[in-house]
Ligand binder design. Sequence first.
Ligand SMILES: NS(=O)(=O)c1c(F)c(F)c(-n2cc(CC3CCCCC3)nn2)c(F)c1F
Ligand SMILES: [Zn+2]
Length: 259
Amino acid sequence: MAHWGYMTTNGPSTWGKDFPIANGERQSPIDIVTTAAEYDSDVLGSNALSTNYTPESEVKLVNNGHSIMCQITKKGVLTGGPLGKDEYRLEQFHLHWGAEDNRGSEHTVDGKMYASELHLVHWNASKYSSFADAVQKPDGLAVLGIFITPGVACNQFKVISDNCGKLKTSGAEMTVDTTLDPTLLLPSNTSDYWTYLGSLTTPPLFESVTWIVFKEPVEYSKEQLLALRNLVDSDGNHMQDNYRPPAALKQRKVKKTFT
Ligand SMILES: NS(=O)(=O)c1c(F)c(F)c(-n2cc(CC3CCCCC3)nn2)c(F)c1F
Ligand SMILES: [Zn+2]
């Protein structure tokens, strides 16, 4: 089996061969049609989304061949909003981006694509014993999606963008002796978001993700975006355009917490 990727020969349009769930009922990403999203006050009212992350004392970075990932070792928690009382533990974060600023995000907003999208992946620690146990359960994962747009540099992201050069090849790993507070990777407004039931956006495409996509984008500098584009994937090509295009919404509703 040719390893999946984002090239013509192994990209998203071919994933259905090895991962039939690619054409499933709750696939991600999706195009968020803002006028069709339903305002849901009880998602907002009852208990607001809340994050309680512990800063990482060192930063473990991995080039896993299709993204750059930061493995989390501290016990950060996400709860509230569509997650109710369940506590979801932060496992890792990673990104998707384009070869140019006009593309790169996975979710789109009324067809608009952002330059990149940051994903903070959490698993339901209230119900399951590990990420591997939760990853295939319908309420197993929660991912925060943050749109990235070119602008001023994001200081908290510097530890990643400054080290991409040392993570060039697939499989490369490194530990940076510096702290990182995942809270500082979030937009300032974390009250306004869209939420819907979806999936992993890469194989194995498990339909186990409650998606929470923030309305407010975060700015990264041109240099920070360029650092991502200089990474090398498992085929030795520049890691660029590592995003899955939107999948069909099918029988789903997108909820929003703002009017
Ligand atoms: N874009 S996304 O939807 O936020 C997203 C995620 F949420 C993920 F959890 C993963 N993921 C994939 C594995 C390998 C496991 C290998 C063993 C089987 C389960 C998956 N670990 N984490 C992932 F790659 C990804 F892209
Ligand atoms: Zn992702």
